[in-house]
Design a protein around this ligand. Structure first.
Ligand code: PLP
Length: 385
């Protein structure tokens, strides 16, 4: 047999985000394609990691993470998410939310299982499902408010459906699922006996007084929900790779074994830094974060209006989808490349968030930038108007 890639590898699509970032770098543009936050990590977190170095935190931690960090997470999910989780049995610290989702999929899905996603989706969810041999199926959210009905979900469910993925607040739409919508999802999941995988990495980024609701906190969903989050975004430490999942012990145990198998543990020193530093951040930190990002969102949306690229105002997260139908080009990639060449600002072509046709008229911009860089990007876009 000739040498070849695995069957799974052949269905994994390379990220459009990376392609746009490379094109952007070539011309010295401003990269609003990638979802990295350019802000400094909070001082107590940095100090925590420095203390960890001095104290010689160099070894593997337990497969499910440092006890101190699991305790901090248990407190946080109780107070912020309304989840009761035991730090010794229900929480697995992973290499980012990405690692947590991958390990949950390895532990709970079989090849051929179908998993429902809301579209526009986050590409890693699709590719991770494919990597474990699962089959994504799609509920397309209706613009401009990204709504859906119970029937939309039920239509996608077959006897092979095993789970639903909920990303709230969502990348790329910025949708914050309401309690009523989540109740609907929980009821459907209960009725068809499905897992709910949630990705709540943007849980602190909610605007206009909205409240983040964790699906796992709903009475009908607790048993079947794998709650996934992490510290990449809220602490601006995307490269530290510290995330976690919370679920009932009977699921968490195997998610933990998978975590052990894939990377043994999340980076020990950085777990230490987060555990030590997080306790020093009070409610002020989170309210300032919201206010700062809401301001960035408003500035970005204002610039898009002025550029003649009307935005879908995001309710949360830190991305905005803009209507770019007035730009020349037949595909969203052509439009994104046109924008890059004219304004020297990179965004992600909308079709990266849809299967089949969809997203042709959309580009996603990330506004998690320093105020200076965001202002420069906004002015460049406004000159297009
Ligand atoms: N989930 C979503 C929806 C994201 O947008 C991202 C990053 O862009 C991640 C997860 C990655 O999280 P982490 O850095 O914790 O792996």
């Amino acid at each position: 047999m000739p040498l070849s890639l695995s069957r799974q590898a052949r269905v994994i699509v390379q990220s459009e985000i990376r392609a746009m970032s490379i094109a952007c770098e070539k011309i010295g543009g401003i990269n609003l394609a990638q979802g990295v936050c350019d802000m400094d990590a909070p001082r107590p977190i940095r100090q925590g990691a420095q203390d960890g170095i001095d104290r010689g935190v160099n070894s593997y931690t337990r497969f499910d993470g440092l006890r101190e960090l699991r305790r901090v997470i248990a407190r946080k999910v109780r107070d912020y998410n309304g989840l009761e989780a035991h730090p010794d049995t229900d929480i697995i610290v992973s290499a980012g939310a990405t690692g947590a989702f991958y390990c949950a999929c390895l532990a709970l899905l079989d090849p051929g299982d179908e998993v429902v996603l809301f579209e526009p989706y986050y590409g890693y969810h699709v590719n991770t499902l494919r990597a474990v041999g699962a089959i994504p199926t799609y509920v397309r959210l209706r613009a401009p408010d990204w709504t859906f009905t119970r029937e939309d979900i039920e239509r996608t469910i077959t006897p092979r459906t095993k789970a639903i993925v909920v990303n709230t607040p969502a990348n790329p739409s910025g949708k914050v699922f309401s309690a009523a919508e989540l109740e609907e999802i929980a009821e459907v999941s209960h009725r068809y006996d499905l897992f709910i995988f949630t990705d709540e990495i943007y849980e602190h980024f909610v605007y206009d007084g909205r409240v983040h609701v964790s699906p796992g906190s709903l009475a009908t969903a607790g048993e079947r929900t794998i709650t996934i989050s992490g510290f990449s975004k809220v602490l601006s430490i995307t490269g530290w790779r510290i995330g976690y999942s919370v679920s009932r012990a009977r699921w968490a145990e195997m998610i933990g074994y998978m975590n052990d198998l894939v990377y043994v543990c999340a980076p020990a020193l950085l777990q230490y830094g987060v555990a030590a530093g997080l306790q020093a951040l009070g409610p002020d930190f989170y309210s300032r974060l919201r206010a700062d990002y809401e301001k960035k969102r408003d500035r970005m949306c204002q610039a898009l209006y002025r550029a003649g690229l009307p935005p879908h105002i995001p309710q949360g997260a830190y991305y905005v989808l803009a209507d770019v139908s007035r730009l020349p080009g037949e595909t969203s990639k052509q439009r994104a490349m046109y924008l890059l060449s004219q304004a020297r600002v990179a965004g992600v072509p909308g079709d990266a968030f849809f299967h089949g046709s969809g997203g042709t008229d959309l580009i996603r911009f990330c506004f998690a930038k320093t105020d200076e860089e965001l202002e420069e990007a906004c002015q460049r876009l406004e000159r297009m108007g």
